[in-house]
Design a protein around this ligand. Structure first.
Ligand code: FES
Length: 154
């Protein structure tokens, strides 16, 4: 085989190999995007819904909320910020206690004793692919306190 023919054949094979590789990457990207739908990156993931037990409260300090799960399975994401002057409330046997001026709140975040006059804020909860997602950028002020409609169920 003369050198020119050998070189042309080699270049053709090299170009075909590069094209095949690119096509392979493109096809695999298409399948990856279809099979793995990403969760909303603006939401805080608290974890899979089946890890949470009823009648328990789970602190999420990095998300600035407590996830309360009630006896019927309803969930509330309750803000850690006291509605009096914004101190961080701590869980106690009745619900939450503010260390700054002693406001107390029940497990649903309703005021038990002043100076706070308003229930603790809550955050919207959605369940995405079995995962509990909290919208920590959208606190909800509860002027009228707790309502059963505020609970989220799996
Ligand atoms: S900041 Fe919580 S009681 Fe004042």
């Amino acid at each position: 085989m003369d050198k020119k023919i050998f070189r042309r054949s080699f270049i053709k094979k090299a170009i075909l190999a590069v094209i095949s590789l690119e096509a392979g990457y493109l096809i695999s990207d298409i399948f990856k995007n279809k099979s793995v739908k990403k969760l909303n990156p603006d939401l805080f993931s608290a974890g899979k819904s089946n890890i949470f037990e009823k009648n328990k409260m789970y602190p999420f300090n990095s998300g600035k909320f407590y996830l309360s799960v009630f006896d019927d399975g309803g969930m509330l994401a309750i803000s850690i910020k006291c509605t009096h002057l914004g101190c961080i409330v701590q869980p106690d046997s009745k619900g939450f206690l503010c260390p700054c001026h002693a406001s107390a709140f029940d497990k649903r975040g309703e005021v038990l004793s002043p100076p706070a006059t308003r229930a603790l804020d809550i955050f919207p909860i959605t369940i995405e692919k079995g995962e509990v997602m909290i919208d920590i950028n959208s606190p909800i002020k509860r002027k009228k306190g707790f309502r059963k409609s505020q609970l989220t169920y799996v």
